[in-house]
Every structure is written in C-alpha cells, then in structure tokens.
Design a protein around this ligand. Structure first.
Ligand code: NCD
Ligand code: ZN
Length: 431
C-alpha cells in the first residue's frame, strides 16, 4: 500500500479542510468525501498544505568534507525542513567542475531518495575565475545541470562573466552569481559600518555586492541572457534589482532566512557562528529585504545552508569560516519574518519557497499547483506549533546554527516526495 490520504487539511491555508489522496506519485483526488480508501492516513487537521520547498542554494559538503555534511545527512535536513528539491553548490573538494562530479551528486541523491539533489556546476575551472568549465557536458550529463555558479567566489572578471552568460544562454541554463568584488573585501569579515568599526572587525562594504549586481545586470542585458543573484543582502541591491527589472533585464534574486532575521548587532559577542558571506547587514537592510521579498523584487528564499566543523566556527571571529546552517529552520524563520508581520500569507510562502524557485530554474515537476494530476511533492505545516532550536537535534552533521535556543513559530510535520513520506513529525521516514 503506497497510497496516502491527508485528512482535513487546508490547501494554502485557505478555505474549508479537504482530504487529499496521493497515489502513483500524484495528487489523485481532492475532496470531502473520498469514500473508503486503502491508504495510509496522515492527519492534517489544523494544518497547511503547500507544494514542497525548493532550495536553489545549498552546500552539501560531499565530496570532500563529509565530516561536516554528506549528501545523505543534508538530504535528511532538507526533508525535515520541508524541501523536495535542493541545488547543491559546486564548492566541494574536488570542485564540481566536471560531469564526473555533477553526475555523482545527482546519482547519490537519488540513492538516498529523500529529496532531489540537483548538482550545481562550477562556472570556471576550480572556481578560479580564469577559464570556463565545460558547462555543456555537465548540462548534458545525467545530473542535467541547470545552474552554474562559482558560489563562495565571485566570477569577478567581467569578460569571463560575459562569456559565461552568453554560453549559458545558448545552453538554456542559469548563472547564479555570488556578488562580491574581491578587491573590496580583502580580509573583510563583517559588514562595513559602525558596529564593525567599534568591534575592530575588517569591513565588507555594501558596494562590493552592489557593484557586481549592477555590472552583471548590464552584462545580462547585452548578452540577452538571464542572471540570478545569490543571497542579496543590501538595500542598495534591492534598488538595483528594481531598476534592472524595470528595464526588462532578465534578473532574479534570492534572499536567505538569516538576512531576513539577523543584523550586525549580533556581532557584539564576537561569536563566529554569526560570520557569513555576505555578512549580516544593518536593520535598514533587513527591512528593505523583507519588503523586496513581499513585493517580488527579490524572487525567492534560498537557505545558503553552509555546514562547517566546530574547529572552523568555534574560534576567533576573523579565523572562522563563513556560513550558517539553514535547511531545518528556513520555514520557521520565514514565518517569523514574513508571515507574522503580515508581509506574506501562505500562498506567498508557496510562491517564494517553491513556485518561484521552480520557475527560475525550469523544474517542471516541482512548485506545481495543489491540484489533481499534479506531482505529489508536498509539505505539511503546523502553523500553530512552536519549537526551540537545539543544534544537537538537527540532522546536519555540523552544528553551526545562529538560531540555537531561539523559540520559533511553525513546524514542518510531513514532507512528501512523489507521493512518498520522507519526513514525519521531525523524523526521517526510510525509503
Ligand atoms: C558558503 C560556504 O560555506 O560554502 N559560505 C557562506 O558564508 N555563505 C559560501 C557562499 O555561499 O558564499
Ligand atoms: Zn555565496
């Protein structure tokens, strides 16, 4: 019996509760009187059903740093967070700059079977920014790479970026840019502003991000290509996105949950769990990012889930690696920062965490409407739940969550991948 019926659930948190039958990987029936069905029952009373989340920006550290995350542990974290597809960044060791690696990532994800792990291919060989990687063979492999990114590094050379955009355009794939002009961030560890000055931390100016966003918008315009901006972090980036979109430039952008909740006042303790790229900015940036996500200027949420070992985080701020865990806390942070203040309703959450990411990357089996005949990639959410983050309880191997001990609203209670339960009440359901 592989069928599941979700009872008494509200689709998008709207209207009267209904029963939803999942069979053969699809939504088979939606109604209030489905009759006697041979199916596993999942109680959806008081809960919200949405299309499964898609993360365009996840770091799973396999191959190379399996001590901090593997495709298996990261897939578990994703399923528990309500995700049905994630895009695993290319900054592994070795770098995912050939089809050998990108195909491996896809196949390993399918073996684990908890979430579709789409590989991101590197734009340049070794993420060095010098020579384009063989994007065509990666796109043509079984991993069918759809996003190319040197994330962790910026494709800083404008001529290389221009060629990458042209090449990606002809392949029908997307370039995702980590916007950071490296000449402006040498040695930088924190947002350049009063807090960093007072604390004696080297500053990462907003202009390092914004100058690349502006440049890449213009390069995309001239190449007639699409460009995606990773982890937008400043109010100025929001203004540039607005401008570029108004010109008809094909630019999209993501924002992370941490940039929607935290600001640089967190640095007062010098706790390196708060070190991240781009850095936590000021309260005014946080407010602008929330507004931009609500209005669609920023298209979607992406976690930038970045696991790091204790020895790389529990050390002096300037010596720590940048990055934070995000997969298991994303939904709750979006509820806290966007739903509770009235900036998004549940349809809005579906839009920014599922539909828009699917559209940006052209996935046709994800981010679909909750309707009969659609693939059953779904997340069930208890909007009334509250929980307290405990790093040791997360499925990730690493423990670098900045949300430790915070009490957060809303909890994923079940995730379905092609009609099969992958996570239920905080536990992984074996495949
Ligand atoms: C990421 C990582 O650790 O791989 N770190 C981070 O601070 N965001 C790289 C990245 O996304 O830039
Ligand atoms: Zn990045």
């Amino acid at each position: 019996m592989n069928n599941v019926v979700i009872k008494n659930v509200r689709l998008y948190g709207e209207g009267d509760p209904v029963d939803v039958l999942l069979a053969d990987g699809e939504i088979r029936e939606i109604g209030t009187d489905l009759g006697v069905i041979d199916a596993q029952t999942v109680d959806g009373a008081g809960q919200v059903l949405l299309p499964g989340f898609i993360d365009l920006h996840t770091h799973l550290r396999e191959p190379g740093r399996e001590d901090t995350e593997t495709i298996e542990s990261g897939s578990a974290a994703a399923a528990l967070g309500g995700y049905t597809a994630v895009f695993a960044m290319a900054n592994t060791s070795p770098v995912a700059d050939t089809a050998v690696i990108t195909d491996y990532v896809w196949k390993r994800g399918q073996e684990v079977g908890l979430v579709d792990v789409h590989p991101v291919g590197a734009v340049t060989v070794g993420l060095e920014g010098k020579q384009l990687a063989e994007m065509g063979t990666m796109a043509a492999g079984v991993g069918a790479v759809r996003i190319f990114s040197d994330d962790g590094h910026c494709v800083y050379d404008p001529l290389i970026m221009r060629r990458a955009l042209e090449y990606a355009n002809s392949l029908g794939v997307l370039i995702a840019q980590h916007a950071e002009e490296p000449r402006l961030t040498k040695g930088a560890v924190a947002h350049e502003g009063p807090t960093a000055s007072r604390l004696g931390l080297a500053g990462w100016p907003r202009a390092a991000e914004e100058s690349i966003v502006a440049r890449d918008a213009l390069l995309a315009r001239d190449a007639g290509a699409r460009v995606h901006i990773c982890h937008a972090s400043t109010a100025g980036t929001v203004e540039l996105l607005k401008w570029a979109k108004a010109q008809g430039i094909s630019i999209t952008a993501e924002v992370t949950p941490h940039h929607l909740l935290l600001d640089d006042s967190r640095l007062e303790t010098y706790d390196a769990v708060n070190r991240v790229n781009p850095p936590l900015r000021e309260a005014s940036d946080v407010a602008a990012l929330r507004q931009a996500l609500a209005e669609g200027v920023v298209d979607c949420v992406a976690t930038d889930h970045a696991p790091h070992a204790d020895q790389d985080k529990c050390c002096e701020f300037a010596a720590a690696r940048p990055g934070m865990l995000g997969l298991e806390t994303a939904l709750s942070i979006i509820v806290e920062t966007m739903v509770k203040p009235g900036l998004l309703d549940w349809r809005g959450v579906a839009r920014v965490m599922s539909e828009n990411p699917a559209r940006i990357v052209g996935l046709d089996d994800q981010g679909r409407p909750l309707a009969v005949g659609e693939p059953a990639n779904l997340v069930l959410i208890d909007p009334a739940a509250e929980w307290t983050v405990e790093a040791d309880d997360l499925a990730s191997i690493a423990r670098n969550t900045p949300f430790q001990a915070m009490t957060l609203p809303a909890k994923v209670t079940a995730t379905f991948l092609r009609g099969r339960l992958t996570a239920r009440d905080g536990k992984i359901v074996a495949g």
